[in-house]
Structure formats: structure tokens, C-alpha cells
Design a protein around this ligand. Structure first.
Ligand SMILES: [Zn+2]
Length: 410
């Protein structure tokens, strides 16, 4: 009986379809045939040398983009014809009316006065709510459903020349979900190209990394829109997934993302790797201990019924090294280490259907039987038939079914 109820719920909660057509974003990149120009690459893990400036061959017309690291409405984007048309294509009378939040003097979110018991806005920062209370709003993905599975995610790239890190992942045939900041994509386009070429799951991570619930509707829309546009401009694909900085989203933000066909991916384990040596009380030992604790959970029964999604960061050598140092133990203690598109059986994580991801089962069977070779497995490798890799399988409905089961089971 409960399974039947779950199915009904899952059908009702299938991913909402957005109002905005983003298929017309300009791009000169063929995502099935990525060529990365030869630039001086760093292969060292030394902090002092890992980041080298390079001049890319992308021509970025400054008047068409927000200021790098400024709010995405900056540089007059909010009054541009393009953005005005986008904004006016959305029926804002249907937008959830959650208030715009404020920051404390210390820069944190001001949660004072919010009704955390009833949680009317499904505000993740306050309650970790992930299932929207507003209609026609995409719910968040926050875990990999398969037992003993580590959902691998890296935030805040691309950055400089992180080739040693991408080489390491490629050598291990390891894909991850990469949450790219729009400003970084324009600053470091070859990093984004490398991510797509290697078959990683590219997602947006906003333009300027602000707390999303503190922004106006217009600012939220611009942060999501220009990030997706930057990823498309550079790589040729438009992401359908994103992650808010510090996980800060509520139903108002979710609903705006839904207008762009986007679904948020959060996490249920946080390494705090970025904070080591910069946040009081968090040292490299703290982060290493987090990793050790999370690794133990793979074999001590914690994830016997379902998996996780772990938040880690690309940012710099310190954060990348934490992962690299612990990766062998992660592989030993978990049956599966996968990107989120794969564990959620999302065959088409981009608007462009030319790139497909294998199902979880197909991916893991393939991985298990692959012994040698430097390439990675998904359809994003530029092989001539990658555009024809079509699964018979209905990704969104299956995802919805998983949501439904989780909602009932939890
Ligand atoms: Zn971030």
C-alpha cells in the first residue's frame, strides 16, 4: 500500500517545467568535440605554483555580462533588453511571497523571527527543509539513494590550472558533480571545458556566491541566468542543476530556479574543507577527522539503506588535497563513488540532449569491468557516437519516483 501511495506522490512531485527558453544562448563550442588549447599547465600540487594565469581564446564582450564577482544585475544587466525580456516572460504573480532575508553584522544569515516550527518558506538554512511547500516548484536533491554510495561533489570551480586534480580524477575514472561559479567560468574557461570533456556533471553555483535568500527576485534570477549562460557560452551545454552558496534557499528562490528549469542539489555531509585555517575552530585536523568519520560511515551500517552527497570544494590545493589523500579509503569503504546525475539516474543533466549520462547500474557495471585506459566513461568524451547514446529510460519520472519513495520512507 505504501508503495502505491509513494507512486502517487511521486507523480505529483515530478519535476516542474520552467517558463524560460534558454536554448538560444550563444556558444561556439561543440560539447561533443571539446578541444582545449595547449597552455602552460601546472602538474604540481604546490600551493605557490598551482595557479597560473592564462589568456584564453574566448572573446568576452564585457558589455554583455555582469561584472565579474559583482552581483549578476551589475554592469546594467538588470536594465538590458535581454534581461528585461527574460524577467517579463515570468508570471511573477505566482511567485512565493517569502521575505527577502537580511544578514547579521558578522555576515551570517539573520534567522531571528523566522517561524522554524511551521517553516512556511521551506528555508533550508533555518530547518534543512528540502521539499517545497509552494506548488510548481522543484524540490531539492540531497542524497544519493543507493546504499553505501558516496555522492561526489566539488564547489567553487573552475579555477586557474587545476589540471593535476582533474588528471587524478581522470586516471581513476572518477566523475563528480562540479558546481561552477559563473564569474569563474568566464575567468577560467579552460577549467570548465576540462570538466565537460572529462565527463563531469556540470552545475551552476551562482554568479557571485551571495546568500540567495537575501537577494531580490530580480537578483536571484540574474545570478542563476548569467551563470547558466556562462557555462553554455564556454562549454556548449546549459546546466539543469545548481547549488546555492552555503545551501541558502527557500521556496521563493526555488520557484525562480524552476522558471529556468533548474533543480537544486544540496548535500547531507559537509567536510568544511574550505574553512580550515580560515575559520576559528576549524583546522586541517578537523577536516581530516570529518573525512575519516564519513569514510567510516560507508562500512559501519550508517549507509546500509541509502547513500549520501558529500560537500567538498575545488577552490585550492588544500581542499583538493584533502580529497585526494582520502580517496583510496573512500573507495575501500563505499561500494560506489559517483556524481549526482549518475546516482539520480538523470540521463540528460543539460538542456542539450546531445550529452547523456549512463544509468547508475550501467555506470557501475562499466566501471567495474574497466581495467585500463585514461578516459572516463560517460557520453561527454567527444567520441563520434556520444550524441547517440540514448537510454530508453525516463530520467525525470524515475527521479520523481525516488523522491516519492524517500518522502514516504523517511
Ligand atoms: Zn561555494
Amino acid at each position: 500500500m505504501w508503495k502505491y501511495q509513494a507512486l502517487l506522490i511521486s507523480l505529483a512531485s515530478s519535476v516542474a517545467f520552467g517558463a524560460v527558453d534558454m536554448s538560444q544562448f550563444p556558444s561556439k563550442t561543440d560539447p561533443t568535440n571539446i578541444n582545449i588549447p595547449n597552455i602552460p599547465q601546472t602538474t604540481s600540487n604546490d600551493v605557490a605554483t598551482e595557479c597560473q594565469y592564462y589568456q584564453s581564446n574566448f572573446t568576452i564582450e564585457k558589455s554583455e555580462w555582469p561584472t565579474i564577482w559583482g552581483l549578476a544585475t551589475s554592469n546594467n544587466m538588470n536594465t538590458s533588453a535581454e534581461f528585461t525580456a527574460l524577467y517579463n516572460s515570468i508570471d511573477w504573480t505566482k511567485a512565493p511571497q517569502a521575505p527577502i532575508r537580511s544578514l547579521t553584522p558578522q555576515g551570517g544569515l539573520n534567522l531571528v523571527g523566522y517561524d522554524t516550527v511551521n517553516d512556511p518558506d521551506c528555508w533550508w538554512s533555518a530547518t534543512q527543509c528540502k521539499k517545497p511547500k509552494s506548488p510548481d516548484t522543484n524540490g531539492d536533491i540531497a542524497t544519493c539513494p543507493q546504499p553505501e554510495t558516496w555522492g561526489l561533489t566539488f564547489d567553487d570551480g573552475p579555477n586557474c590550472s587545476h589540471n593535476a586534480f582533474y588528471d587524478y580524477l581522470e586516471t581513476n575514472k572518477q566523475r563528480a558533480s562540479m558546481f561552477y561559479i559563473g564569474s569563474n567560468v568566464l575567468n577560467w574557461p579552460y577549467g570548465a571545458l576540462r570538466g565537460l570533456k572529462d565527463g563531469h556533471h556540470l552545475c551552476g553555483h551562482t554568479w557571485s556566491h551571495k546568500m540567495m535568500t537575501t537577494l531580490t527576485n530580480q537578483e536571484v534570477l540574474a545570478e542563476l541566468y548569467y551563470t547558466a549562460k556562462a557555462i553554455k557560452f564556454v562549454t556548449g551545454v546549459t546546466p539543469l542543476h545548481w547549488r546555492p552558496a552555503l545551501g541558502d534557499l527557500d521556496d521563493r528562490v526555488r520557484w525562480i530556479a524552476t522558471q529556468l528549469n533548474m533543480t537544486a542539489i544540496l548535500w547531507n555531509l559537509d567536510t568544511d574543507d574550505w574553512a580550515a585555517n580560515s575559520t576559528p575552530g576549524i583546522t586541517p585536523e578537523t577536516v581530516n577527522q570529518r573525512y575519516l568519520d564519513f569514510i567510516k560511515m560507508g562500512s559501519n551500517g550508517t549507509f546500509a539503506e541509502s547513500g549520501n552527497i558529500v560537500l567538498s570544494h575545488e577552490i585550492n590545493n588544500m581542499t583538493m588535497d584533502f580529497f585526494v589523500n582520502h580517496y583510496p579509503a573512500i573507495k575501500q569503504n563505499y561500494k560506489h563513488v559517483v556524481d549526482v546525475a549518475t546516482c539520480q539516474n538523470i540521463a540528460n543533466p543539460y538542456l542539450e540532449k546531445v550529452i547523456t549520462f549512463p544509468s547508475f547500474d550501467a555506470s557501475e557495471t562499466q566501471n567495474a569491468s574497466t581495467v585500463t585506459g585514461s578516459g572516463v566513461v560517460p557520453g561527454a568524451t567527444g567520441s563520434s557516437n556520444s550524441g547517440n547514446t540514448i537510454n530508453n529510460y525516463n530520467g525525470p519520472l524515475f527521479i520523481a519516483a525516488l523522491f516519492g519513495l524517500l518522502m514516504v520512507a523517511v
